[in-house]
Design a protein around this ligand. Sequence first.
Ligand SMILES: Cc1ncc(COP(=O)(O)O)c(C=O)c1O
Length: 379
Amino acid sequence: MSKKYLFTPGPTPVPERVSLAMAAPILHHRTKEFESIFAEVRQDLQWIFQTKSDALMFASSGTGAFEGAIASFFSPGDKVISINGGKFGERWTHIGKAYGLNVDEVKVEWGKAVDPAEIRKRLDADPAIKGVFVVASETSTGVANPVRELAELTRNRNTLILVDAITALGVWSIPCDEWGLDVVVTGSQKAFMLPPGLGMAAVSAKAWKSAETAKCPRYYFDYVREKKSQEKNTTAYTPAISLIIGLRESLRMMKEEGLENVFARHDRLARACRAGVKGLGLKLFADEAASSSALTTVVAPEGVDADKIRSHVNKKYGVNFADGQDHLKGKVFRIAHIGYYDRMDVLLALGALEMTLKDLGWNVKLGAGVTAAQAILSE
Ligand SMILES: Cc1ncc(COP(=O)(O)O)c(C=O)c1O
């Protein structure tokens, strides 16, 4: 018998309570019953986005919701800055270009956060810049970018800040209104503890104003059309009914835990995981001062293929870590702790990692990682 343990930064494990809520017989979306569920979810999304503005839901993964934001708030030829410090930053550059935007891509070394001074310089040099795209938690590297500082640069300009918070929302505090964020996008299969298929976004009044003149082609992911429907607790097209019912449950769970406790849990698990990795003598890939609490990116020991570690830990111990992307393939592996994870999960992941390294002939002291993590987890 071998159990399976998912430690990937999306999809993440789904709590039984959420699965059971989604298993109820399907209901029709044009009904009072669904409208009242939708109303509750809209309100709770405002709570987690920390906004009084609209929070929309799309039947798509996070990418669809982000693409929709680009299409809904910009026009072809608009100048935007896209901060690219990994796979996801790169994706928003590609989508911006696909819609005909004039994208100034700011490349950041993988593993490092963007320096807001660099963005300030560009914004000062060109007042026509209409948008800044930034990834709050770059999941390909494990880096957290300084979203708050970047928003300070855009809030008093004619510039929107679009934030990919797909692995940041529900992990640490991203108060959309207080920080002056314009579009903040997330997805169901991350901190929301749901299967993939639901994109969510909070939108500021400043962004809605831009939508009035935005000319990019759009249809399904038209934020304005969705807003009109969702304000009436319905959707323009068939919503992901079961996922929205699951989302009601996962938001209820987060509310029971309390927002600050949700953030504190993620922070503690992340610190414990990093301590455990270092306790084993391994290196962290992301700059530790800018590390995302959603995941830990681990550099494989010299001479060991990271994918060999992943494949062994999976086959022998049933533990699934995520791989490295692009030039990090075979060099790093990623351990998730975003969503439905607690202390014992981190110990399990580290325990399996220790045994794997030993199996692969690396000189590891069994228990060294777990002990270092325990010191933090028993705080
Ligand atoms: C930071 C980040 N942005 C974007 C995406 C893409 O989201 P999706 O796969 O939901 O389209 C992901 C998915 O892993 C992500 O982690």
